[in-house]
Design a protein around this ligand. Sequence first.
Ligand code: GRF
Length: 204
Amino acid sequence: TRTAILISGRGSNMAALLAAARDPAYPAEIALVLSNRPDAAGLARAADAGVPTAVVDSRAFKGDRPGFEAAMEQALAAHRIGLIALAGFLRVLTPGFVGRWDGRLVNIHPSLLPAFPGLETHERALAAGVRLHGCTVHLVSAGVDEGPILAQAAVPVLPGDTPATLAARVLAQEHRIYPAALAWVAAGRVRVADGRALLDGMAV
Ligand code: GRF
């Protein structure tokens, strides 16, 4: 499946997906890395890996979300993309876009959803005093950081943790579960029933 990775920044999850996809047996072919920011560090990493890149600068579409998404759709169509992996992509997508990509739009989020949707998840986990934190890969449905869960990994919150130390512990797990979960979707092994993802017909 020709797959696009959408990024806004560093792109470490993108790099993990690119590394997994180097295996010819991996079911997703990373055919495009698309950034909404021209200065995203991940763009250079993708280019170094020989992957086509594109930029649709969201600042050029201030107040025009439909225009921004139309430009993204154009880039995705030009590269014949059939599956999208959001990897640190910091723009909220409209229900129209999400609906068009229903079942073919995957996201990674740095918390154990449904806890801590949105930004600054590590700060909020520390403030809440939770003892377990983690990350979630999910299919994207209408709401922000909502949708059928594909995979989760938990990490302990340790004494003395800062947002940065906790983020690093979570990130290592993100890099592990995202390639696995994306492969399930690319291979057509995921189906959604009653808002929950089934893998090979069984609850994940
Ligand atoms: C990751 O923690 C991801 O879960 C979140 O934003 C961060 C992006 O990091 N959505 P990177 O760009 O993949 O390094």
